[in-house]
Design a protein around this ligand. Sequence first.
Ligand code: BG6
Length: 367
Amino acid sequence: KKDGYDWYMRKEIFEQPRAVADALLGRWSAEGQLQLDELRLSEGELREIDKIVVIGCGTANYSGLVAKYAIEHWTRIPCEVELAHEFRYRDPILTRNTLVVAISQSGETADTLMAIRYAKLQKAKVLAICNTNGSTIPRESDAVIYTHAGPEIAVASTKGFLTQLIACYLLGLYLAQVRGTKFGDEITAVVRELELVPAKVQQQLDRCEEIYALAREHADTRSVLFLGRHAGFPVALEGALKLKELAYIHAEGFAAGELKHGPIALIEEGLPVFCVMPPKGRDQLHDKMASAVQEVRARGARTIALVEEGDDAASYADTVIPLPKVPTLLQPLVAVVPLQLFACELATVMGHDVDQPRNLAKSVTVE
Ligand code: BG6
């Protein structure tokens, strides 16, 4: 069943090129238009949406954080992201023109289910992004985008996360198409980039031995930090979550700009710090983050930078993990893969049960 892999998680990590390709399958019509057949919301209804609230728990919440960057940029619709279990207890402002996007791999997470029931009572429209056909959350939603990742058995989500990201990007682009906030050729260009992602994820997997070696070097580590900016910030959070779930060590993700406002006090000699570097662009984010990385390095941290190919990262990082070139908003799709491999291997060398980590369940059906 594990196709020769030691863990379902490792198998599922390696299934990601196929999972991403399947998540994209059939979304592009012969006329060069995005089509989301399962959506069940009319174009008229989608044009009236004036606010989006994305809810989810754990990894699903982090795909929501990425979605915010993409959806606001492409559609100009204000988009909030909220933990599903916090959402209904704070009296959120919802109207019939609010679109609540509930992300859940299993479709059974009680916190998320209760949140969508609340949203429906408030007359908001509810769209589920889900991997499990016919599960409760999509059944109770007005609309659904299935992620088509295939069954995810390991408790820690991997291909579930990547395909949730794909669904979020497709939703953002579809809204942009329906509402005319992006030209057709701009949408086509992003879709073409998405179609290149399976091969780029495969490139990351082909370099797994380097990541495994890095993990083995860290077998005694008790704490790891992750830094990111922009769409790389949720990747940092997800990288840290994977280590908490699997390796049972202290791991935290930060927005790199926040470092000087507190977390830099944590830096000590030898502390591993993963740095998800933004691609070099027009907005100077890359250079600002590179100087933050230099600062933690000067204080003794071991900096491990995930950088776009061609970035001269050796000047500011101790270890460099190259990433294929992708547009900034899509970078999480390739940047998270080495972090998944790292967590899986570190937990393996520590002797933990990677598929069934202690105290966790794949789907939490109580609030
Ligand atoms: C947690 C799982 O309990 O639920 C996480 O351990 C998962 O891996 C989270 O991300 C949310 O699950 P789902 O099925 O709603 O995406």
